[in-house]
Design a protein around this ligand. Structure first.
Ligand code: TUI
Length: 312
C-alpha cells in the first residue's frame, strides 16, 4: 500500500487530500473523505466564520478521523478565521492564495500542522523557512484560483528545493495522475474536481451535471487582467466575462461586480450566471460515486499503474 511521511505526520491511512474548495468543501464531504482514510478539508469560504465553526463541529460528529480546514488568505475575514480555528482545536490547516507567514507563530504554538498551497518554488522556500510542515504544490490545471506553472514542471522543482514533504495538486483525478505525481516526488496528492461529484458533495445537481458533461476543452481561465485568474467551466456567462475582460473600455470594477458572488450562486443555486470552478481533468470525471470509492480508486489505481508498468 502506498504510504508516505504525510500519512504518519497527519495520522491518515492514504496520502489523498480532498481540495478545500470554496463554498463546496463542507462537513459532509470532508467527513466522508476522512472516513475513507484520506484527508477531508473544510473550506473557510462559506457564509462567515460562525458558519465555518459549525461545519468544524459537525465534521467532528461525523468522523473521529483527522480532518483539516483550508483558509483562503485573500478573504476579508481571514484574520477572524485564523483565530477561530485555534479556538476550535483544528489540528491541520492548508492555506491558499497568499502567504500565511503572519499566522505561523500562533498556529505552530497551538500544535497545528500548517500546509500552505504554493504555486512557485520561491513561495515554497519561504513557507519552509517560516515553519510549514509540508506544502501543496498546485499546478494551473486545477480549478479555481490558479498560478502560472503547471503540475508537471512545478512539482519536481518544488520537491528538489525543499526538505519537507510536497503534496501535488492540479490535473490529478485518477490512479494514473496520482502515480505520475508520486513519480515526480510528491508524497501525497490533492484532488478537487473529482470530489465535486462525490455522493456526499452537497453542490447543486446542475454543478455536478456540468462536471460530468465536460470534455477536455471545457474549462477557461478568466480574471487574469484582475490579477486573480480563475479556472472554471465554460458557460455563456464565463465567456461573456472573458469578452468583457478583453475589451479595454470595460472598467475593472464592472468586471468585478460581474463575477462577485458567482461561485456561491453556482454551488447553491445552480444559477446560469454562476462560476462553476473546476479543473482541466473535469473531462475525465464520468460518474457520481461515494467519496470512499474515489479515494480507493486513486490509491489502488496508482498501485496498479505502478506495479503493471511496462511500455512494451
Ligand atoms: O486558493 C486556491 N484556489 C481557489 S481560492 C478560491 S476562492 C475564490 N472565490 C471567488 C473568486 C475567486 C476565488 C477558489 N479557488 N488555490 C490555492 C492557490 N494558491 N493556488 C495558487 C495560490 C497562490 C498564488 C499566489 C498562493 C500564493 C501566491 O502568492 C502570493 C504571495 O504572497 O506571494
Amino acid at each position: 500500500m502506498i504510504k508516505s511521511r504525510i500519512c504518519d505526520m497527519l495520522g491518515i491511512q492514504y496520502p489523498v487530500f480532498q481540495g478545500g474548495m470554496a463554498w463546496v468543501a463542507d462537513a459532509s464531504l470532508a467527513s466522508a473523505v476522512s472516513n475513507a482514510g484520506g484527508l477531508g478539508l473544510i473550506s473557510s469560504i462559506n457564509a462567515g466564520a460562525e458558519a465555518v465553526r459549525n461545519e468544524i463541529r459537525k465534521c467532528r460528529e461525523l468522523t473521529d478521523k483527522p480532518f483539516g480546514v483550508n483558509i483562503m488568505l485573500q478573504a476579508p475575514n481571514a484574520d477572524e478565521i485564523a483565530q477561530m480555528v485555534v479556538e476550535e482545536g483544528v489540528k491541520i490547516l492548508t492555506t491558499g492564495a497568499g502567504s500565511p507567514a503572519k499566522y505561523m507563530e500562533t498556529w505552530k504554538a497551538a500544535g497545528i500542522k500548517v500546509i500552505p498551497v504554493v504555486a512557485s518554488v520561491a513561495l515554497a522556500l519561504k513557507m519552509q523557512a517560516a515553519g510549514a510542515d509540508a506544502v501543496v504544490a498546485e499546478g494551473a490545471e486545477s480549478g479555481g484560483h490558479v498560478g502560472e506553472l503547471h503540475t508537471m514542471a512545478l512539482v519536481p522543482q518544488v520537491v528538489d528545493a525543499l526538505d519537507i514533504p510536497v503534496i501535488a495538486a492540479g490535473g490529478i483525478c485518477d490512479g494514473r495522475g496520482a502515480a505520475a505525481a508520486f513519480m515526480l516526488g510528491a508524497e501525497a496528492v490533492q484532488v478537487g474536481t473529482r470530489f465535486l461529484v462525490a455522493e456526499e458533495c452537497t453542490v447543486h445537481q446542475t454543478y455536478k451535471e456540468k462536471v460530468l458533461k465536460a470534455s477536455d476543452i471545457s474549462t477557461i481561465v478568466t480574471g487574469k487582467t484582475l490579477g486573480h485568474p480563475v479556472r472554471s467551466i465554460k458557460t455563456p456567462f464565463s465567456k461573456k466575462f472573458a469578452k468583457m475582460e478583453a475589451d479595454p473600455s470595460t472598467n475593472p470594477e464592472e468586471i468585478l461586480a460581474f463575477g462577485s458572488g458567482a461561485l456561491r450562486k453556482a454551488v447553491q443555486e445552480g444559477d446560469p450566471d454562476g462560476t462553476y470552478m473546476a479543473g482541466e481533468c473535469a473531462g475525465m470525471v464520468k460518474k457520481i460515486e461515494p467519496a470512499k470509492a474515489i479515494v480507493e480508486d486513486l490509491i489502488l489505481g496508482a498501485e496498479a499503474v505502478i506495479s503493471n508498468f511496462n511500455l512494451d
